[in-house]
Design a protein around this ligand. Structure first.
Ligand SMILES: [Zn+2]
Length: 247
């Protein structure tokens, strides 16, 4: 249930029985020669919304721009500074908490967001703790990467025993092709499986990974794989949300 497609009266009624909300968070950054720039936001959004439908939870607007400074040497990539993302996460949570939401479940599509979003949670908790507002219910935040469920991890390993890599991966590319089949394209890539390694800033990244991929062969992706990954990830994220929100 998308928050954006509901009325304030609907939300007021929802809050009489539930106080949890799912917040998709991703990134807007290059994903190799064939992957979509919106991949990390689109995958978090589709899985967050799918899980929300399954459990009858509201799903907030997607936070589509995240930590992508290392991709800025590729056209189209957009980043926030860590302090900006902390402010965005904090303001989103505090706005919703004002209405009575107490459980904030971030479905994440980008590994580079984890440290900063976790820091934002610490900021939010510190602020609440230092205010000592005893009349306010305590709030809880969680970050759940769409790929981390045991079944989803296993399926991705089975589908891509080699060439999965860590950026522009066939699993994330498959998800976007399942949801947006009109964007599908394949191109020969050299080497077929991109190199692995570390990086620092944007220039360093582009020198080490000239076509943008890390360790991945996105040509292994198919829309059918995307559907299988989607169905399983939605099921696992929904299950984790329900267990967590009930605590
Ligand atoms: Zn990605």
């Amino acid at each position: 249930m998308q928050l954006q497609l509901k009325t304030w009266q609907f939300v007021e009624d929802y809050l009489k029985t539930k106080t949890g909300i799912i917040i998709p968070i991703g990134s807007t950054e290059q994903h190799g020669p064939t992957g979509l720039i919106g991949t990390d936001a689109l995958t978090a959004e589709m899985i967050g919304r799918g899980a929300g439908e399954k459990v009858g939870a509201l799903v907030a607007p997607t936070i589509s721009v995240g930590m992508a400074q290392h991709h800025l040497a590729f056209p189209g990539s957009v980043t926030l500074r860590p302090t900006t993302l902390i402010a965005v996460v904090r303001d989103t949570v505090v706005s919703l908490a004002r209405h009575g939401f107490t459980r904030f479940f971030f479905v994440n599509g980008h590994g580079g967001n984890i440290a900063t979003v976790t820091a934002a949670f610490s900021e939010i908790y510190a602020e609440r703790s230092m205010e000592r507002l005893s009349n306010q219910p305590s709030i809880k935040c969680a970050l759940r990467n769409w790929w981390e469920g045991a079944g989803t991890t296993k399926l991705c390993q089975e589908l891509y025993p080699s060439g999965h890599g860590s950026h522009a991966t066939p699993s994330e590319v498959a998800l976007t092709w399942y949801k947006y089949p009109e964007t599908m394209q394949q191109k020969p890539m050299e080497p077929r499986i991109a190199p692995n390694g570390s990086f620092a800033d944007a220039e360093d990244y582009r020198r080490a990974f000239p076509d943008g991929r890390i360790g991945a062969d996105p040509n292994l992706a198919t829309p059918e794989h995307g559907k299988r990954i989607y169905d399983l990830a939605v099921e696992e994220v929904a299950r984790d949300y329900e267990k967590w929100a009930a605590r």
